[in-house]
Design a protein around this ligand. Structure first.
Ligand code: DON
Length: 557
């Protein structure tokens, strides 16, 4: 009798708790053509992973200021059929001829131009290998099918839009140095106007070579020869061997729990997952949801103190895990967070220089993030980059490929800040074949009731944006709120809280200053968060794109 009752209860329980598959797929990306391409591929019978290939490839055409074949990225995947969770590390890699002092002049000073502009700034690209790997191991359609929308758009053209035009204007001096860059980004030598149709025939040819030959279409053969020739002609150091040996790496995600949900997020060479785990472990001691109502200034203060400590660890410990030993277990352990929390006072900011660590010490949205949920419950959270806006500004003749400037994510000299004001030391020093430390933090938050897929561009601020988005999810809000929420940021050094315009009211700012925080109000917002959400009870899905940049033309669907 008792057994029957237990069985009955179990049956009722498992019936009510069974997840409803998503009723429709949800995609949020930085451009409506990319989101449309993702849905086109799903309609053809592809899964979320095929859609991710299509979305990435279209973004490489229509949003070259943010990501592309000459760049890299991280794909966080969840496969519904067997629950496999993995991060594809398609991060750029330092060429074999790279060495630790390669960006120092004869006086030992960092030459920012070498790190940011031209082919010397570029690591060996990972994105093409990432697309091929994603299609081959996780997709259902052929690579040619997944790449077809991007090839079509590169050939037929897309209308120039304000963010694209602005990116070209900002990089014009570098573009003018290189004929192939002018061909790719200018029209008869002038900056395009909004609405001009942009065609990228050379890039279409490179995409076709990948569609036909897979990896070899990019990393070997005519495309590889052109990339290396162009690099060396203009002062770069790439070799054919560097390209041939590039490999995507499958990495186990960082997994941590917070408030009854599981976070699945980016492991090294991203610093994001470890920093998120540290921050959430520190914050787990308080009821932040309640505090948002009772003492919002204290909530910001405690969150900032968690940020400060996690970013200190970033600068001291983190780098490419294939080159440095990272004490991951310790850094993400709740006991370690207990130790960090013990030095946090309610009433006072702790100056960063009192934390043991390095003695030395931001910007926009020139990277791209998209989030996908398909009807089978497969999830993709992908952050892709060429680093700063329009990257190195260098296009290799005959390929349409814009070289990244990801080498700036290394620590070119201990204690010297990079483009995001981040400092680093030994763990992130340049070495041949090493991958530069990243802040990109593609993330899933998986709870019993619902699932969040989120991430954003924004350099060093990525990690704190993802944290604030996650905390907002725990406050009970949906994706439209996570992406639009006002942002604040602290990264250990410089020792200040950075605020978006109107992020915090004057009363809260005053209370933070009374605790000893330096508060810097920035004149412009940051980030371009794209998120999706799935309610497991109803099967409802939602997609949301950052209102700071959304045009309303269909970035979400
Ligand atoms: O991997 C990183 O952390 C950087 N290269 C990301 C750059 C970025 O988000 C640019 N947007 N402002």
């Amino acid at each position: 009798m008792m057994n029957k009752l237990v069985c009955l209860l179990l049956a009722v329980f498992s019936f009510t708790s069974a997840a409803q598959p998503p009723r429709k797929a949800a995609i949020a990306s930085a451009h409506f053509l990319a989101t449309e391409a993702g849905h086109e591929i799903l309609a053809k019978g592809g899964n979320a992973f095929d859609a991710a290939v299509a979305v990435s490839a279209v973004l490489s055409v229509v949003e070259p200021q943010s990501s592309g074949l000459g760049g890299g990225g991280f794909y966080l995947l969840h496969r519904a059929s067997d629950g496999k969770q993995v991060m594809l590390d398609a991060r750029e890699e330092a060429p074999q001829a790279a060495h630790r002092d390669m960006y120092l002049d004869t006086n030992g000073q960092v030459v920012r131009d070498w790190l940011l502009n031209g082919p010397k700034a570029a690591g060996i690209p990972g994105l093409p290998a990432g697309l091929v790997h994603l299609n081959r191991h996780y997709g259902r359609l052929s690579l040619a099918e997944d790449l077809a929308p991007a090839i079509r758009i590169a050939e037929q053209g897309f209308p120039a839009y304000p963010r694209y035009v602005e990116a070209i204007k900002r990089k014009i001096d570098v573009i003018r140095r290189y004929p192939a860059s002018q061909k790719a980004f200018l029209i008869n030598g002038r900056v395009p106007k909004v609405g001009d149709i942009i065609r990228r025939p050379d890039l279409a040819k490179t995409l076709k070579a990948i569609a036909r030959k897979g990896r070899a279409g990019f990393y070997q053969g005519p495309v590889a020869r052109k990339l290396v020739k162009a690099s060396r002609k203009h002062g770069g150091i790439w070799t054919r061997e560097d390209l041939k040996k590039y490999q995507v790496k499958e990495r186990a995600p960082i997994i941590t729990t917070y408030g009854g949900k599981t976070l699945v997020t980016a492991p090294p060479p991203s610093s994001g997952g470890i920093a998120l785990a540290t921050m959430l472990n520190i914050l787990s001691a308080w009821d932040l949801k309640k505090m948002a109502k009772t003492d919002p200034a204290k909530r910001v203060h405690l969150t900032v103190e968690a940020m400060r400590r996690a970013y200190r660890d970033r600068s001291v410990y983190l780098g490419d895990p294939d080159f440095v030993d990272i004490p991951v277990k310790r850094l993400i352990h709740p006991y370690y967070a207990d130790g960090l929390r013990a030095s946090i006072r309610d009433d006072k900011a702790m100056p960063s220089n009192l934390l043991p660590g390095l003695k030395h010490a931001p910007q926009g949205n020139h990277t791209t993030h998209f989030s996908i949920i398909d009807k089978e419950g497969n999830l993709v959270s992908a952050t892709l980059t060429v680093n700063t806006s329009l990257a190195s500004g260098f296009v290799a003749a005959g390929t349409g490929v814009l070289f990244n400037n990801e080498m700036d994510d290394f620590s070119a000299k201990p204690g010297q800040p990079n483009a995001y004001g981040l400092i680093g030391g030994e763990a992130n020093a340049i070495a041949p074949g090493k991958r530069p430390l990243s802040s990109m933090t593609p993330t899933f938050v998986m709870g019993p009731d619902d699932v969040a897929v989120l991430g954003t561009p924004g350099g060093s601020r990525i990690i704190t944006m993802v944290l604030l988005g996650i905390l907002d999810f725990y406050d009970g809000h949906g994706p439209a709120s996570w992406v639009s929420l006002p942002r604040y940021h602290h990264q250990y050094l410089p020792d200040a809280i950075y605020l978006e315009p109107n992020a915090l009211n004057t009363d809260i700012v005053k209370q933070l200053e009374q605790r000893g925080h330096r508060v810097v109000r920035m004149s412009h917002p940051w980030g371009f968060m794209n998120a999706t959400w799935w309610d497991k009870h109803s099967g409802q899905t939602k997609a949301a794109s950052d209102p700071r940049w959304t045009t309303g033309k269909g970035e979400v669907k």
